[in-house]
Design a protein around this ligand. Structure first.
Ligand SMILES: Cc1cc2nc3c(=O)[nH]c(=O)nc-3n(C[C@H](O)[C@H](O)[C@H](O)COP(=O)(O)OP(=O)(O)OC[C@H]3O[C@@H](n4cnc5c(N)ncnc54)[C@H](O)[C@@H]3O)c2cc1C
Length: 417
């Protein structure tokens, strides 16, 4: 196949970050330069489609850049400045200006009012078309070379090459990042998964699958990793936002443990051993004649409470008044210091991301430009940035895509390449 016509700007990756970068650049150029998106898959925006259980959790109602940046186990400090230029408020306004209204759920997650990710896909593909972005699907980039005369030459999976002056890499959390960036002088922080659930085979959890505890504190023995939030008992172990947050903050440490470690759970996070003992004594005074297994402390779900009471060796008919000191202490320990052996992980189907990617010190976060290769820009998950669940990963894609798109347009305008 002969070489394709050169393009001023090429974006590799037709995901959220690539689209946002391409649209922003094309809108800023207003016809003064060609922008092409190359996507190796048959369809663009495939992750947007499956995101948020098919509803696409576009962003989070956290509108203070410093606060927003705290939701990123990797990349937070670098993102503070970036969020001052394009943050969640700007995302809401951008989608509104392009015809999509977002709504906020009680936990802060923001979705299109249609509750359909297709709304976001339609919005982005329409905006790309309207701004003149050319989309080429089933067209992967296998290699990137710098041209001696400036710009880049891309070797395509369909055969042939494509030259460009400015290049945005937005290939997501795939190995492609390594292949494409190392030839351009960049370093990749090794990829490991983030946002996963824990495998635990333990009699205390058997038969409780589906049970949600509104607030529990989970921590990893021998580390500083600790999170408080909802925890869900599943048929293979533990999940829920508290566990996912722990997996995100601990992505590297837990990978180093080969996902085999000791997890501590405090089912009553507002209490410690002493205060639970005091709580039990007060309960004894209030409901001394009632069976311990029928009166859960501090609103713990009754099925979990019954299981912990049984595990503590307390007979079903035992009344609060008849609870011995030793039994109270065993129960208190199970309530605030339960230890579970984690033996592996499963990916969270709702949302998972890659920890690792292009080293952030090699990128200028004002423009998302490479510090080592002129004309090269980065956006999205291929960077060593990842957020906790709740719309933060897409927000990083919108922000970095927007910054890169504007900077590429400015570069073209300034240099008139
Ligand atoms: C199941 C699931 C649900 C999720 N839900 C949410 C959510 O609701 N909210 C949220 O904030 N985050 C969510 N995430 C995370 C979010 O989807 C990602 O962080 C985000 O899509 C990253 O965007 P990106 O454009 O950087 O990468 P991607 O979306 O991965 O896009 C990269 C694109 O580049 C293409 N590509 C790769 N290599 C090449 C190459 N060599 N040549 C050409 N093309 C290439 C890929 O095919 C892909 O289309 C979810 C993730 C998953 C897996």
């Amino acid at each position: 196949m002969s070489n394709l016509l050169p393009s001023k700007v090429v974006v590799v990756g037709g995901g959220a970050a690539g689209f946002f970068g391409a649209i922003t650049c094309a809108e800023a150029l207003a016809g003064r330069g060609a922008v092409t998106v190359l996507e190796r898959g048959a369809n663009v925006l495939q992750k947007v489609k499956i995101s948020g259980g098919g509803r696409c959790n576009v962003t989070h109602s956290c509108f203070e850049p410093k606060e927003l940046a705290k939701r990123y186990p990797r990349g937070g400090p670098a993102l503070i400045g970036a969020f001052h230029r394009f943050q969640a408020t700007d995302t809401v306004k951008w989608f509104e200006a392009h015809g999509v209204v977002l709504k906020t759920e009680p936990d802060g997650r923001m979705f299109p009012t249609t509750d359909q990710s297709q709304t976001i896909i339609n919005c982005l593909t329409n905006a790309a078309r309207a701004s003149g972005v050319e989309l080429r699907t089933s067209c992967g980039v296998e290699r990137v070379e710098r041209r001696s005369e400036g710009g880049f030459r891309l070797r395509l999976s369909v055969g042939g090459t494509l030259d460009c002056d400015v290049l945005l890499l937005a290939t997501g959390g795939t190995k492609a990042a390594d292949v494409l960036t190392s030839s351009l002088g960049h370093t990749i922080e090794p990829p490991v998964p983030s946002l996963f659930t824990f495998h635990i085979a333990d009699k205390r959890l058997e038969g409780l699958s589906g049970l949600a505890v509104e607030r529990a504190t989970v921590s990893v023995a021998g580390t500083k990793l600790k999170e408080t939030g909802p925890v869900l008992i599943t048929h293979w172990g533990l999940s829920g936002p508290g566990i996912l947050r722990l997996s995100a903050w601990g992505a590297r440490e837990l990978a180093a443990f080969a996902y085999t470690f000791s997890l501590r759970v405090n089912w009553l996070p507002d209490h410690n051993f002493e205060s639970v003992i005091a709580l039990a004594q007060a309960q004894r005074g209030l409901t001394g004649a009632r069976q311990v297994s029928n009166v859960a402390l501090a609103g713990l779900p009754s099925r979990l409470w019954e299981r912990l009471v049984t595990t503590a060796g307390i007979a079903p008919q035992t009344q609060w008044a008849g609870l011995t000191k030793a039994q109270t202490q065993t129960l208190a320990r199970l309530l605030v210091e339960s230890e579970f052996a984690v033996t592996g992980k499963s990916m969270n189907k709702e949302e998972f991301v890659t920890c690792g990617g292009v080293r952030l010190a090699e990128v200028d976060f004002k423009t998302m430009a490479s510090r080592v290769c002129p004309g090269l820009y980065f956006a999205g998950e291929l960077l060593d940035i990842d957020g906790i669940t709740g719309g933060f990963n897409f927000q990083a894609a919108w922000t970095t895509g927007w910054l890169a798109g504007n900077a590429m347009a400015e570069r073209l305008a300034a240099k008139q390449v």
